[in-house]
Design a protein. Sequence first.
Length: 269
Amino acid sequence: MKTKVVLITGGSSGIGKSIGEYLKLKGYRVYGTTRKLENHANFEAFQLLKMDVTNVQSIQEACELIIEKEGRIDVLINNAGIGITGPIEETPNEEVRKVFDTNFNGPIYLFKAILPQMRAQGGGLIINITSIAGFMGLPYRGFYSATKGALELVTEALRIEAKDFGIHITSIAPGDFKTNIAAGRYHAPVNETSAYYKPYAKTLELINEGVNDGEDPVLMAKMVFKIINTKNPKVRYVVGSYMQKLSVFLKRWLPSNVYEKLLINHYKL
């Protein structure tokens, strides 16, 4: 059996890098991507390619390079993403477009580039990294929740559309993990003159604490490895702390107004 070829978007750091390192140790041919290849001249964990997931030509060039070299792409992991926080009313429209273009449109562009190749080679696997935040509208993270929730729904639809081609599609929704996502996240300014000043400042502090106290990214890597070796992957997988996974369960079963009160109490709003 041929060694599987894996493409991970956003592979230079955080969850993407952890997944790539783990899969390489397991014997896979791993390619990661980054927007600024020049910033990673000493990167040796696995092969890193230049790709901007918001640029269709950039995606096409990277995929063609891999196919020319390997003849196939067996696994696509849509991991590249950016964070965003702020009151919905005060978040600049430009930043809203940017987060949707990266977190939602980016994976769509990758689907369109990869699916013809997977169909031609007789199968493949696509894993979309979403978020537990995508199951609920989190205060001051509404746009981030929206991008990840939208990707969850597209995953469900694409699974059905692609099932006759031997292509499996699933999602992994992580909770808080120790990564550098906070450093690259857009924060709407915490402005003392804002009507949202106190609750937003308090929520932002809790968000940052969650990242600092997050889980080890290797847990995500192990889940990816498990899925790659699963004959029929589930629609989605959830990886995180007990309370974070419980929150997804409660959202499904509690009345919406009761769940809303739980969120309000959690964030002390």
